[in-house]
Design a protein around this ligand. Structure first.
Ligand SMILES: [Zn+2]
Length: 404
């Protein structure tokens, strides 16, 4: 009884308010309506820019937004398209709405104002849920971003970086676990994915001391990728895993000839983890680190080939762990210098990175991007016996210089 009475009073009140609202709307000017619209727009996130990048491991689409956004993911079939609806967002009028990604992980991306409140992003991609990782990022020079990764999302560029499996939510929640990063195109040293590891750092920053000379030194050589993980693929179909193994084997031969004790993470086309193809990315990369760590190696050399979507980039890069030893920086410098002079490649420099294999090895470690497999000239060079020999002797010269 009491309840019914209260409800009646409420309805009476609501009726008056409705009349009042109608009255106000009748007199509302168009300027006022425009102001309300502008205000609503101001509260929404503007999609300012869209950037795409890719390498042999994945494709990345970055949407620059003026505010943090929430999103919902769904999948359409025939052909498969991934739909990401961004709520409370609108698109800058001068933004290119269709972009060709040109990656085997994601073909293209389209943007549209789906309804006044929603921007719809449609990505043509055959990647399943475990090969996608969507998350938002804040801070850095570029502000708010929505990052859409496709491919080997738990691996970074070169198959050597890693995250710890924390996926961005696919149901619209924000995943802001990544610290800010100024740049989120796929370049190994600035990949926010790599910073997901919040575990205690493994490497103690104690500078090692070495006796001079290669003789008697324990050197672990890691041929990047292998088995089910082919790595990047060149324009004529040459696989990264085959080149890295050939260089590693040639380097092993040359190092042994100088009296070094050589430990190989793999000697054939296979994974390193005893779980083989069933190993997770972390297990596989940790298995490579274990080989070096358990053998108490003096140095660790991980051999890779770089890759990009366009064929123009070329050259050699030496990567070291940013929070590691000065010896690692010097090792990366010596080895990349050696390779550049042996192969006559361009020097792209030595760069700090967070790649798993250089982070979780306990000795001076380098990840060498020997040259670009995506560049026809460098693919041809490194697919030849002469190129393999030169690359190996370049690494050897670098190791020789490192030990002094
Ligand atoms: Zn690689």
């Amino acid at each position: 009884m009491h309840f019914l009475k209260a409800k009646g009073i409420f309805l009476h009140f609501a009726g008056i308010m409705l009349l009042l609202a109608g009255f106000l709307m009748f007199f509302a000017s168009s300027e006022a309506q425009a102001a309300t619209f502008a205000q609503r727009m101001a509260n929404m996130a503007e999609i300012k820019d869209i950037r795409v990048s890719s390498n042999g491991d994945r494709a990345r689409i970055v949407l620059d937004t003026t505010k943090d956004v929430t999103f919902k993911t769904s999948v359409l079939s025939n052909p498969q398209r991934i739909v990401v609806d961004i709520q409370g967002a609108w698109i800058s009028s001068d933004l290119k709405k269709t972009i060709n990604v040109g990656s085997r992980f994601a073909k293209s991306v389209r943007l549209a104002q789906f309804d006044p409140n929603t921007v719809r992003v449609v990505i043509e991609s055959s990647m399943n849920e475990s090969n996608r990782n969507f998350f938002t990022l804040n801070g850095g020079d570029t502000g708010h971003r929505l990052v859409l990764d496709f491919g080997n999302v738990s691996k970074g560029s070169g198959g050597a970086a890693i995250d710890f499996g924390k996926k961005g939510s696919e149901t619209g929640n924000k995943d802001n676990t990544q610290p800010s990063s100024g740049d989120d195109t796929i370049t190994p040293s600035t990949n926010p994915e790599e910073n997901k590891d919040k575990k205690e750092e493994v490497i103690p920053v104690v500078e090692p001391e070495f006796t001079p000379g290669i003789k008697g030194k324990k050197i672990t050589i890691d041929a990047g990728h292998g088995g089910s993980d082919v790595g990047a693929i060149g324009p004529t179909g040459v696989t990264e895993k085959s080149i890295t193994l050939r260089i590693a084997q040639e380097l092993q031969r040359q190092l042994k000839a100088e009296g070094a004790e050589v430990i190989m993470t793999r000697i054939k086309d296979t994974e390193v983890s005893p779980k083989r193809g069933k190993a997770t990315d972390i297990e596989e990369l940790q298995a490579r680190c274990d080989v070096a760590n358990k053998n108490n190696s003096d140095i660790f050399v991980s051999i890779h080939m770089d890759s990009f979507t366009s064929s123009s980039p070329s050259g050699t890069t030496g990567y070291y762990y940013g929070k590691g030893t000065k010896a690692s920086v010097r090792l990366a410098q010596c080895i990349s210098d050696g390779v550049v002079s042996a192969l006559s490649t361009g020097h792209r420099g030595v760069k700090s990175c967070n790649f798993y294999v250089v982070r979780h090895t306990t000795m001076p470690a380098v990840l060498l991007e020997t040259a670009f497999i995506s560049n026809e000239k460098e693919e041809r060079l490194l697919n030849s016996d002469a190129g393999i020999k030169k690359a190996a002797s370049g690494i050897l010269a670098g190791i020789r210089k490192f030990f002094g």
